[in-house]
Design a protein around this ligand. Sequence first.
Ligand code: SF4
Ligand code: SF4
Length: 64
Amino acid sequence: MIPTIDMDRCTGCGNCTEICPPGAISIKEEKAFIESEFCEECGFCAPSCPCEAIKIDFPTLYKK
Ligand code: SF4
Ligand code: SF4
């Protein structure tokens, strides 16, 4: 499950872009954007967000 970003919460701080191993997250117009084709579904981005803007369906994540 690729994370989803709550645009209302995202401040565009960039924390998630720095922590994402494959560099799948970029900031566009001050909001985070995940390029799904590059996401490895590692889940690292969610706890890096100070605004709790990144949501992951954890049951799906742990099925891997
Ligand atoms: S789940 Fe992992 S690979 Fe996917 S956007 Fe988050 S940090 Fe990057
Ligand atoms: S860490 Fe959170 S608030 Fe910062 S850019 Fe990423 S999604 Fe937005």
